[in-house]
Ligand binder design. Structure first.
Ligand code: BEZ
Ligand code: FE
Length: 289
């Protein structure tokens, strides 16, 4: 095509695909180009704005490394991560939610009742529940990969003061499907704002807060893996999570108990004589097929 115009550029683009192009790649790239071209026309994108967008992407690349995933963060604050999540979920079982950029693989195995709190200050929380199939039967051998922030609102990968796997662990369920561990009540925290994504949040008058949550990835043979998080119902940011991760079935009451109720089988180092919270939440997995 010698005469590429604003009217035909999308069709010209579509004509450039090779015959052997993977059909799904063709569909995805074609649709991306259509929407990108339509977007540029819709807003009458200027050279200066295009330049700024390129600089933004370059800055996101520059700040990213094995532990800093600025593009994931961008996708999160744009609502894209949550949307992809919803598109790929079923309406059975526990809702999934964003993985976020702070999951690290290789967390150590932990036993039922393990203490993730250790020497940290904070409200003692016993997180517990069962991993179930949709009929309510317990799933044995389910692996729950658990991670959360320390009381300072930082994940271990963000905080040189923490061990690599502090507030991380992988628990495997026994025949009763139960999981349970001692920790501190997570706090609301701000997603990182020291990079280009922070610039966007500030420029658009948005805050960076996420409501407090515990992250879980649950895997069991024959079931779809579930990436999810659970939220206490008293968090002030529940209705304005900056990464759109809240689903109503993931919000629950953390019940207060007197110290004398502390159950057998849960480890708690440090001060043991204080009231504590229980978050009792069943995780329902959907069969793979
Ligand atoms: C998180 O929950 O860890 C998270 C999710 C999205 C962006 C930043 C953090
Ligand atoms: Fe988180």
């Amino acid at each position: 095509m010698r005469n590429v115009t604003a009217d035909n550029i999308t069709d010209v683009f579509m004509g450039y695909f090779g015959e052997d192009t993977n059909p799904r790649l063709l569909e995805v790239m074609g649709s991306l180009a259509k929407h990108l071209h339509a977007f540029a026309k819709d807003v009458n994108l200027t050279h200066a704005e295009w330049q700024k967008a390129i600089e933004f992407l370059e800055a996101a690349g520059d700040i990213s490394d094995a532990e800093r995933h600025e593009f994931v963060l961008l996708s999160d604050v744009l609502g894209l991560s949550s949307l992809v999540d919803m598109i790929n979920s079923t309406d059975k079982g526990t809702s999934s939610s964003v993985l976020g950029p702070f999951h690290i693989s290789g967390a150590p195995p932990i036993e039922f009742g393990a203490d993730l709190k250790r020497h940290y200050e904070g409200e003692v929380l016993l997180a517990m529940g069962r991993v179930l199939d949709p009929d309510g039967n317990p799933i044995e051998g389910a692996e729950i990969d658990i991670w959360q922030t320390a009381p300072n609102g930082l994940y271990s990968s963000q905080d040189p003061e923490q061990d690599t796997y502090s507030f991380h662990g992988i628990m495997t369920t026994a025949a009763d499907g139960r999981y349970g561990f001692t920790t501190v009540k997570p706090v609301s925290y701000e997603v990182p704002t020291d990079g280009p994504v922070g610039d966007i949040l500030r420029a658009t008058g948005r805050h960076a807060w996420r409501p407090s949550h515990l992250h879980y990835i649950i895997k069991a043979d024959g079931f779809r893996p579930l990436v999810t998080e659970i939220f206490p119902d008293d968090d002030p940011y529940l209705d304005e999570d900056t990464v759109f991760g809240v689903r109503s079935d993931l919000v629950m009451k953390y019940l207060e108990h007197p110290a004398s109720d502390f159950p057998e089988g849960y480890v708690l180092s440090g001060k043991v004589n204080e009231p504590f919270l229980i978050a009792d939440f069943d995780l329902v997995l959907v069969p793979e097929n």
